[in-house]
Design a protein around this ligand. Structure first.
Ligand SMILES: *Cc1c(COP(=O)(O)O)cnc(C)c1O
Length: 399
């Protein structure tokens, strides 16, 4: 179908919830995707931190093909072998003892919120239900997770919101301290605020939050939907910050491109969920778990990709810092960890993203003025050089 017709039908049949670019992407391999017109793009968005192994990684594709022939879905009325294997992999490589599977980041956070409330009510009393989250955070679009999201722009029009959430500035331990009261049951944070503009806390912040939680008998929920699965150069971002959370949520990179979410917890916390507490029809189905197993096994093989992620993160940051020297009136800051990198500009970045796209480069703009780089972790120096060339051309055409 011609692009004009596709765009017409898209707006005719699909609810208008996204501002989309006027292209339809049809095919992908590694770092590249192609539009319906055959145009090639270098992909530094990676499905918004989802395609950690690049597009159509052969190990993931073959695993999906084999599983699709064997069994797609049976429901959680029965045990599912790939689900058990995936849970074991996640447990063996994290602080956690138990896993609940669902289909997205919002659902993983929804489960975390429900688990925290149930645990607190059973262990500390019925008035313990309040969860403190950070301003400028992002936790999803369901009613509870959009309430947890500390940004009014996502909540507007959906009131009344879910009761029991309070907000503090991110990276401010004293603000957090002063908001804790007898109703507080948990603190919920992203280790690095992704959608909020790649905001990285001080090295001690999360450790201090942990100590504060210990002192007040609060659970610490960590939303690693964006930062997890190797994105920051370690399998989980909490590993950089010297503390252990009580609950961690995963989604984006977990399935290497298929929709899967997970809520990880210690045995003590997980035991608040019993049969009937929570459920998901599709959660942890054979197909998506098989894709996630292939993704994690490939990611952890020899530690090669995590190592690559750290090295390419440094290389990319250095390249962006060179651009900053050249365009110091437009670029305010470069910050990141591994391959989650933000470039803050003095201006709205949407026109830059558009111009890059015309030159065959996909970039993402978040929080209005932050270019966010979340390429697949398999990105190579030549891809980064190519990206920097295009971005440099676009930046120089601005002035
Ligand atoms: C993307 C994201 C979510 C929401 O995930 P969905 O799969 O879109 O529901 C939640 N938390 C964080 C930190 C995210 O980046």
């Amino acid at each position: 179908m011609e692009i004009k017709k596709l765009l017409e039908e898209s707006s005719h049949y699909i609810m208008n919830t996204y501002n989309r670019f006027p292209v339809a992407l049809r095919k992908g391999r590694g770092m590249k995707v192609w539009g319906s017109d055959g145009k090639e793009y270098l992909d530094f968005v990676g499905g918004i931190a989802v395609n950690i192994l690049g597009h159509c990684h052969p190990k993931v594709v073959v695993a999906i093909q084999k599983q699709a022939q064997r069994l797609l879905h049976v429901s959680n009325l029965y045990h599912i072998e790939p689900q058990i294997k995936l849970a074991r992999l996640l447990v063996e490589h994290s602080f956690a003892d138990k896993v609940f599977f669902c289909n997205s980041g919002a659902e993983a956070n929804e489960a975390a919120i429900k688990l925290a409330r149930k645990y607190a009510k059973e262990h500390s009393g019925k008035d313990k239900f309040e969860i403190i989250t950070a301003l400028n955070s992002f936790h999803g679009r369901t009613l509870a997770t959009v309430t947890a999201t500390g940004q009014e722009k996502f909540q507007k029009g959906f009131e009344p919101l879910v009761p029991g959430f309070k907000y503090v500035p991110f990276n401010d331990i004293n603000a957090l301290k002063s908001l804790i009261n007898q109703n507080t049951c948990a603190v919920m944070l992203e280790p690095i605020q992704g959608e909020g503009g790649v905001k990285i806390p001080d090295p001690d912040y999360l450790k201090n939050v942990r100590e504060l939680c210990n002192g007040h008998n609060l659970l610490l929920l960590l939303d690693e939907v964006q930062t997890g699965m190797g994105r920051t150069g370690k399998l989980f971002a909490y590993e950089h910050f010297n503390f252990t959370p009580d609950i961690v949520t995963l989604a984006k990179g977990l399935g290497g491109g298929v929709p899967i979410g997970a809520t990880l917890a210690s045995d003590k916390v997980a035991s608040a969920f019993v049969p009937g507490s929570h459920a998901s029809t599709f959660g942890g189905n054979p197909l998506v778990c098989t894709a996630a197993i292939a993704t994690i096994e490939t990611l952890l093989e020899d530690g090669f990709i995590l190592d690559q992620c750290r090295r390419m993160g440094e290389y990319l940051t250095e390249g962006l810092k060179n651009l900053q020297k050249e365009f110091s009136s437009v670029i305010i800051d470069i910050r990141g960890m591994g391959l989650l990198i933000g470039m803050e500009l003095t201006r709205d970045c949407s026109s830059i993203v558009k111009a890059c796209m015309e030159k065959g480069l996909l970039l993402n703009c978040t929080a209005g003025s932050v270019l966010r780089f979340t390429p697949p972790l398999i990105v190579q120096e030549k891809d980064i050089d190519h990206m920097l060339d295009i971005l440099g051309e676009v930046l120089s055409s601005l002035s």
